[in-house]
Design a protein around this ligand. Structure first.
Ligand code: DER
Length: 225
């Protein structure tokens, strides 16, 4: 489908931002998978980089691509983190977590000097309205659901497809998909969600520096003013 072509074009374009010697944050999902693959080809041609994966999926892809791995303990400050998104608005506020990896993704993104999102055109919107993934301690599932309802959201504990019962994140937690409809004040909602006891991390990302997105078949980049 056209999205696959756009995902590949955006993902590979972002790989062009990688320079020899960089320590990278490697994101999760099918769009940034193209970035990881492209970086692997650059490594094969002699480029020297290190990567911190944001999930088991990213780790497996990076290993298969031949990208040497490191950790935030060994390399606490990254040069560049590249990741996908479920939705990103024109002001570069994003919703992430479709892959249930947003807790580690946010830590890696916050550890990087420059944070880039790669997306196909379907993700690029005027204002955010995608359900917000919220990673919660299993014990907090009901409490967080109630608090999300009090905030005007409609919570659903994310059920697994290839496993009975709920999705379990790489950190051993549940994910609640909180549908708030159109989100007028992402910053305010982010603060409210962070205050809920048992919430490990929500998927509202406000620190994106640059977006690489395909629009009408062309790769465009937007930087946060
Ligand atoms: O889970 C995430 O945040 C991923 O980046 C995800 O939202 C994007 O996945 P996709 O590139 O496969 O659409």
């Amino acid at each position: 489908d056209s999205n696959a072509g756009e995902k590949r074009a955006a993902g590979e374009a972002a790989a062009g931002m990688v320079r020899d010697g960089m320590v990278l944050g490697l994101g999760t999902g099918s769009t940034v998978a193209w970035t990881i693959k492209k970086i692997g080809e650059m490594v094969e041609e002699g480029m020297e980089v290190l990567g911190v994966p944001t999930s088991y999926q990213a780790q497996e892809l990076a290993i298969a691509a031949g990208i040497p791995l490191t950790s935030l303990d060994q390399d606490p400050v990254l040069d560049l983190a590249i990741d996908g998104a479920d939705e990103i608005a024109k002001d570069l506020t994003a919703i992430k977590g479709g892959g249930a990896a947003h807790a580690r993704e946010k830590v890696v993104a916050a550890s990087a000097r420059w944070f880039v999102i790669v997306a196909d055109s379907s993700k690029y919107v005027d204002s955010l309205s995608h359900p917000v993934p919220v990673e919660v301690l299993p014990i907090a599932g009901r409490l967080a659901s109630r608090r999300i309802e009090e905030l005007g959201g409609s919570p659903q504990i994310r059920q697994a497809k290839m496993k009975d019962g709920p999705v379990i994140t790489d950190n051993g937690n549940f994910v609640i998909d909180a549908d708030f409809g159109r989100i007028e004040d992402p910053g305010g909602l982010a603060a409210r969600l962070s205050e809920i006891p048992g919430v490990v991390e929500h998927g509202i990302f406000e620190n994106v520096n640059e977006l690489v997105v395909v629009i009408d078949g062309a790769v465009k980049t937007f930087r946060r003013e």
